[in-house]
Design a protein around this ligand. Structure first.
Ligand SMILES: Cc1cc2nc3c(=O)[nH]c(=O)nc-3n(C[C@H](O)[C@H](O)[C@H](O)COP(=O)(O)OP(=O)(O)OC[C@H]3O[C@@H](n4cnc5c(N)ncnc54)[C@H](O)[C@@H]3O)c2cc1C
Length: 575
């Protein structure tokens, strides 16, 4: 096992990880900072995939109060209000930093001001963008800045487990595996940022990048950290349905298409959203996803089992101009988005849930910080489109500042518990020992089916019980798994990593199911057909899931309305 030391270790190189690295370096350039990432820096994660854009209150007539109220109401009064307030204020600073210091250039109005487009569920057009592929601009510029600062990169290094001190009072190190050689690396650091980005890839249709398998959340669960809002999984209504033979199926066709006036049609070509919500196709993601799901369950589907997204009535040239990236993506798969219609299906997109944290990105474990999609509490029951990348960049920057301050104040290398290192190595080594070979693809298909059918867009108690039992069986099968004799080479062993991915996904799926079973009401992204009512907003509570003595414990924790109570608004003229 190789040993590696840095003052600050950052896990993940999305918007959260890269912003953290830049801010920690700016706070103290003498700090040694390393980014360990499962993929290649600048080429992996979901921030690069951001399409629609970044929510920020910039325009005259908009305000951080309005952005805040949209976030709280969109989150159905479950967000932590101090975190949401930090988000909306920090977004203004970060967008200026992105443009004026880091070199991003977002689309403009004719008068030179930044163009801001409409996104569903918001009372103001506040989404800053670069065409319809905004994330590439953000990640390219952030990566260039990181490369130019001598920040260490451990690319294709996968984080496996947190290693605590022997008394369990603080984080000491992270066990990594160098995927290129299979060698283990013990990365010791004074402060560690968890920024591996969640990502609900346990569902049959999903949008996140292939490197995301909820590893960070699984590591946090294993370390006994409390997670919140895990039942809140956001489905994006319009994932491309390109057939089972391609991983393009499930990739998202951006929200702006509906915002611009796109229609959703059932299999017979009939619009159905007006009968569900007065905003029709512009209703929030949860409502549109459930309406599509209802069409699918009623069998009113397209040839591949979805519904149609139709843009042609808006003029093919206009659609081509406004949505160049989406039109090209569809063309790559043989579909004409501008002039014809395209099959779509709801697709698992984002996890509102994550590790409980404070506004300075600290967690319950001293030395561990969290930011981005691995964190929970900013969005509550639903994330507004455009608030995801704002979240990762705002809290990534805060984490960088906070870690630099922590290292200066009380940071010291701590001795990692030797027994914990050995136990973590034994767990990672398990498939190289004696056991039973099993078909990992078949296990993944069962995971997809279980989460989609029993813990997906519409849930009930019986389905969740079924899901729990299946997930327990899958965990047992993975626990007994052994790599076949001919596949024990360690360098780039995809079966080994597939097994690790599935282990993380099953562990986090169990947390989703446990929280969903405990929430006997319907809120935001969580819909229970056996409990369709929203419940009393003034008595809102979030679900905390935590592993205690090897079992998942769920507890309802009252939401603190620190700035505004249900029924009130920070706006004098509510939108
Ligand atoms: C297709 C798509 C479109 C989107 N469009 C928008 C949009 O328009 N607006 C918006 O606000 N949000 C959007 N989002 C959501 C947005 O991308 C996320 O909210 C945000 O980018 C998450 O940032 P992050 O830094 O937390 O994670 P990511 O950017 O996902 O980065 C996670 C990093 O962690 C690494 N990693 C994972 N596991 C490990 C491990 N075990 N060890 C080491 N490294 C690991 C990954 O390789 C990656 O580098 C979109 C998401 C998708 C998938």
């Amino acid at each position: 096992m190789r040993r590696f030391k840095s003052d600050i270790l950052i896990l993940g190189s999305g918007g959260a990880g890269l912003f953290a690295a830049l801010h920690a370096h700016a706070a103290d350039p003498s700090l040694s900072i390393a980014i360990a990432v499962k993929g290649l820096l600048g080429k992996c994660g979901c921030t690069r995939m951001v399409q629609g854009g970044y929510n920020v209150a910039l325009a005259p007539g908009d305000s951080v109060e309005r952005h805040f109220m949209d976030t709280i109401e969109g989150g159905k009064w479950l967000p932590d209000q101090d975190l949401a307030w930090t988000l909306v204020n920090g977004a203004v600073e970060r967008v200026h930093e992105l443009e004026n210091e880091l070199g991003c250039f977002f689309d403009r109005n004719p008068d030179g001001t930044v163009h801001q487009k409409a996104f569903a569920g918001q009372t103001f057009d506040r989404t800053v963008h670069k065409g319809d592929l905004t994330g590439i601009e953000i990640i390219n510029r952030l990566s260039e800045q990181v490369w130019s600062r001598g920040i260490a990169r451990l690319e294709e290094h996968r984080a496996l487990e947190f290693i605590l001190t022997a008394d369990g009072s603080a984080l000491a190190a992270v066990l990594l595996v160098d995927m290129r050689t299979g060698e283990y690396v013990l990365a010791e650091a004074k402060a560690v940022l968890l920024a591996t980005g969640g990502g609900p890839t346990m569902y049959r249709y999903h949008t996140p990048s292939g490197d995301k398998s909820c590893d960070g959340l699984a590591m946090a669960l294993a370390a006994g950290l409390p997670l919140r809002d895990m039942e809140m999984v956001q489905f994006h209504p319009t994932g491309l349905l390109a057939g089972p033979h391609t991983r393009m199926t499930g990739t998202v066709l951006e929200e702006g298409l509906r915002g611009a006036g796109g229609y959703l049609l059932d299999g017979a070509g009939v619009r159905f959203m007006q009968k569900v919500d007065p905003r029709a196709e512009r209703a929030t993601r949860d409502i549109v996803s459930r309406a599509i799901d209802a069409e699918m369950r009623a069998g009113r589907t397209t040839p591949h089992g979805g519904v149609w997204l139709s843009m042609a009535h808006l003029g093919a040239d206009n659609v081509r101009r406004q949505f160049k990236g989406m039109v090209e993506r569809c063309a790559d798969c043989g579909f004409d988005l501008a002039g014809d219609r395209v099959e779509v299906v709801p697709t698992a997109h984002y996890m509102m849930g994550g590790v409980e944290f404070a506004a300075d990105c600290t967690t319950a474990l001293p030395g561990l910080f969290v930011a981005g999609e691995d964190s929970g509490g900013v969005h509550g029951a639903n994330r507004l489109g455009g608030n995801g990348v704002a979240n990762s960049t705002v809290f990534g920057a805060i984490a960088g500042d906070a870690m630099a301050a922590w290292v200066a104040r009380e940071g010291a290398f701590r001795a990692a518990d030797a027994a914990a290192i050995q136990a973590a190595l034994d767990r990672a080594e398990a498939p190289f020992g004696g056991g039973q070979h099993a078909d990992l693809d078949a296990i993944r298909e069962r995971l997809f089916a279980t989460m989609w059918d029993d813990a997906g867009i519409v849930r009930d108690a019986r389905g969740l019980e079924r899901a729990d039992a299946t997930l327990e069986a899958l965990a047992d099968e993975l626990g007994a798994y052994a790599l076949p004799a001919g596949a024990r080479e360690r360098a780039f062993n995809l079966s080994w990593h597939d097994w690790l991915n599935l282990g993380s996904l099953v562990a986090v799926s169990r947390a989703i199911v446990a929280a969903a079973a405990a929430r006997c009401e319907s809120r935001g992204a969580h819909f229970r057909s056996d409990h369709p009512d929203t419940g009393d907003l003034t008595a809102s509570a979030y679900m905390r899931v935590q592993r205690r003595q090897g079992e998942l414990a769920v507890e309802a924790v009252p939401v603190r309305f620190t700035r505004v109570r249900p029924g009130q608004s920070l706006l004098s003229t509510p939108g």
